[in-house]
Design a protein around this ligand. Structure first.
Ligand SMILES: Nc1nc2c(ncn2[C@@H]2O[C@H](COP(=O)(O)OP(=O)(O)OP(=O)(O)O)[C@@H](O)[C@H]2O)c(=O)[nH]1
Ligand SMILES: [Mg+2]
Length: 212
């Protein structure tokens, strides 16, 4: 998959970035969307940006990336932004135990809003001095595995692992959605087959009871 400026896209998929305040969501968002501006002040709401990708299957897909504030007092508003998302990042700061512990409740909120949402857990700020690290790579990965989520570590500041993390989630979302669409098509083919069968059977019944 590669980025494209092509505007016409077959599908739009909403992806949200959740996680505690100051975990680095906006920095990751700007890093990936290549915005120069940095959010120095706590963000007061949400913002989104579209990223178009040309998939190896030949389709153009638009991923609509939502950067959502992590301020817990806004939780009910935050949860309302999770609706209709097909993918989500949950970002924690590897030097903050609190932010890692909160990942569980972000995950619950996301799965309540969208039970089939595809989740990627991100341990951010790996550029920080190793002595400050509170959550090991293994702890992060185990948590992700236990919750059927993708896992990656990043440094939004030094641009380490950022593109890879986004592209992995986008690809997973695309693969799952393509499979669902394929199954839907097969199901609708089957249902048209069934209705054809019913029509044929009805005709046969009519013929059987025909008196001439
Ligand atoms: N060292 C380091 N600092 C980072 C990294 N990512 C973000 N920061 C810093 O962490 C602070 C918070 O970053 P934000 O991106 O604003 O965090 P946020 O999760 O969007 O915060 P809210 O919008 O308030 O929920 C800022 O000072 C960033 O410069 C990183 O990878 N490494
Ligand atoms: Mg932010």
């Amino acid at each position: 998959m590669e980025r494209t400026t092509e505007k016409s896209c077959k599908y739009i998929y909403k992806i949200v970035i959740a996680g505690d305040q100051k975990s680095g969501k906006s920095t990751l968002f700007s890093r990936f969307t290549k915005h120069k501006s940095k959010f120095k002040e706590p963000q007061s709401g949400v913002k989104f940006e579209n990223c178009n990708f040309h998939m190896s299957s030949g389709e153009n897909i638009k991923f609509q990336l939502w950067d959502i504030i992590g301020f817990k007092q806004y939780r009910s508003i935050i949860k309302s932004h999770f609706r209709r998302a097909v993918g989500a990042f949950i970002v924690y700061d590897i030097t903050s135990e609190n932010s890692f512990n909160s990942a569980k409740s972000w995950l619950e909120d996301l799965r309540i809003a969208e039970p089939d949402i595809i989740i990627s857990i991100i341990g951010n700020k790996i550029d920080k001095d190793p002595s400050l690290r509170k959550i090991s790579f293994e702890q992060g990965r185990t948590f992700a595995q236990e919750n059927d989520a993708i896992f990656a570590e990043t440094s939004a500041r030094d641009n380490l692992g950022v593109n890879e993390a986004f592209e992995r989630l986008f690809k997973r979302v695309y693969d799952v959605k393509v499979e669902i669409i394929k199954n839907d098509v097969e199901m609708s083919d089957q249902s048209s087959l069934i209705s054809e069968q019913i029509k044929i059977e009805k005709n046969t019944i009519t013929k059987n009871f025909c008196c001439h």
